[in-house]
Design a binder for this molecule. Structure first.
Ligand code: PLP
Length: 352
């Protein structure tokens, strides 16, 4: 607390990111990073762009990257917006579409940054309880509201919503923006991008951090009809004209165009997820069906916080959230086969 802080800053409760330890080498299964590394072509493109050219500002519109994203998605470049990680894209979307409106609806258990953006921008929010089994009931997303945010698949539960359910939410809310955060969609869910030409209220947000293994580079993007993208551009150009540096623009484009690497690595993650799920169930865990690069698991005989602490002792970081409905659960990111073997071995020992 400082007397120099504004009243708003004094009330903020910032998002707490997962631990990034610097003192000791852990098996990191706590922040949903991809264990397989980025496309070698992305790394090569970044190397080639590292040099005297960094003297110059980057393209403020990220034109080549947006054209490439658009062509891959069957959209036009002016239907794509890029930002410094999808967190920044989400923040701009909350600012552009939800301020000064009725409460924005999102699940009680979902990506906690949504609440943080609401506080930052003074947006009222309505926290819609997930069902008993942590599912979304689309009937809860009706009535007068200033917007809807769906993480699909949801985090930290990992559960995906079918496309027809997302479409129902769009139909039920023609007068507000429905933001679908598809950070994990490439690991087995259906994208809402195919609905963009039919729903002017749809904004789909994706990221290079998870399925393209570029969390360290910070590139996210949004897709929607032109008026929504223009709204995001107005906010961006009132905040930071150059959110993507030169290296990020070329690195992201090369990663996006390397379909072979993308498919090989995401399918490897999905296969490892299924292998880990079976083994965790064998140890007595309840594991939710996941369409992401993590699993959400709970053990009836052991407190999740204690399991997390014991795993840390064993050199393995996993994520535990203190919120009431999920305090018995651990979020375990999918690592390499060796990392998952080490996780299962450690849990086997701790449970014994
Ligand atoms: C990881 C994540 C993001 C943020 O990703 P960045 O692009 O790295 O900022 C957004 N939404 C959800 C649900 C996530 O899990």
């Amino acid at each position: 607390m400082s007397r120099f802080w504004s009243p708003l800053v004094s009330t903020l409760v910032p998002y707490t990111p997962g631990e990034q330890p610097r003192d000791r080498v852990f098996i990191k299964l706590n922040t949903n990073e991809n264990p397989h590394g980025p496309s070698p072509k992305a790394v090569e493109a970044i190397h080639l762009a590292t040099g005297d050219g960094l003297r110059l500002y980057p393209d403020p519109l990220s034109g080549d990257l947006r054209a490439s994203l658009a062509s891959g998605m069957g959209l036009s470049p002016d239907q794509v917006f890029v930002g410094n990680g999808s967190d920044e894209v989400l923040a701009h979307a909350f600012n552009a579409f939800f301020t000064g409106k009725a409460p924005v609806a999102f699940a009680d258990i979902t990506y906690s940054f949504y609440r943080t953006y609401c506080e930052l921008y003074g947006i009222e929010s309505r926290h819609v309880p997930l069902t008993e089994g942590f599912g979304v009931d689309v009937a809860d997303y009706t009535g007068e509201q200033g917007g809807v945010v769906l993480a699909n698949p949801n985090a930290p539960t990992g559960i995906a919503l079918p496309l027809d359910a997302v479409e129902l939410v769009l139909k039920q809310n023609p007068d507000c923006v429905v933001l679908v955060d598809e950070a994990y969609v490439d690991f087995g869910a259906e994208s809402a991008v195919s609905l963009i030409d039919r729903y002017e209220n749809l904004l789909v947000v994706q990221t290079f951090s998870k399925s393209r293994s570029l969390a360290g580079m910070r590139v996210g993007f949004a897709m929607g009809q032109r008026p929504l993208i223009e709204g995001l551009e107005r906010v961006k150009d009132s905040f930071n004209s150059y959110p993507l540096d030169r290296l990020a623009q070329v690195g992201a484009q090369a990663a996006w165009e390397d379909h072979g690497w993308f498919d090989a690595t995401r399918y490897a993650v999905m296969a490892e997820r299924e292998r880990l799920t079976v083994r965790l169930r064998g140890l007595g865990f309840k594991v939710l069906p996941s369409a992401t690069n993590f699993v959400f698991a709970s053990h009836p005989g052991h407190a999740a916080a204690e399991l997390q602490a014991a795993l840390r002792e064993a050199g393995i970081l996993v994520r535990h959230f203190g919120a009431e409905r999920i305090r018995d659960w651990l979020r375990l990111s999918i690592g390499t086969a060796e990392e998952c073997d080490a996780l299962v071995a450690a849990l086997d020992e701790i449970l014994a």
